[in-house]
Design a protein around this ligand. Structure first.
Ligand code: AMP
Length: 125
């Protein structure tokens, strides 16, 4: 079910629990600012989620409240994950759903990183 992208942060959301080590994930990369792991229901041959370590509900929240260091660190981590997965040369897609109209389901900011095939039209319909 889609969630509000501007509401208060729920520390029990699934990605908060992954960050605390309470739930497992298939980790791809981790540093001070970001954690990257495989999506549990991949929609492309490569479908990785990159999340910031701080408690941000959505891109709306992160872009307004994240510190310069958090925003820079997170952005560099996303680029590094794409590079490490050899997605730069063939190309890839970044996507972040925000709020109800965006179809966001997990209320912790995340970027989807898709690759491994030609990804087709930007939106399904
Ligand atoms: P969004 O609609 O942008 O909020 O996408 C949430 C994504 O999180 C979906 O692609 C789910 O498949 C994925 N997801 C949900 N729970 C987990 C989990 N425990 N581990 C990895 N991915 C998950």
């Amino acid at each position: 079910m889609a969630v509000n992208g501007t509401g208060p942060y729920d520390p029990q959301n699934v990605f908060a629990r992954i960050l605390r080590g309470e739930l497992p994930c298939k980790k791809v990369y981790e540093d001070e600012y970001a954690l990257a792991f495989h999506d549990i229901a991949p929609k492309a041959p490569v479908h990785v989620l990159v999340i910031p370590k701080g408690p941000f509900v959505s891109f709306a929240d992160f872009s307004s409240k994240g510190t310069e260091a958090e925003i820079t660190g997170f952005t560099r981590a996303v680029g590094r994950v794409a590079r490490d997965l050899n997605l730069e040369a063939p190309g890839y897609r970044l996507l972040s759903n925000v709020g109800v109209a965006g179809g966001q389901e997990v209320p912790h900011f995340h970027v989807h990183l898709f690759g491994g095939r030609a990804l087709g039209a930007m939106l399904a319909g």
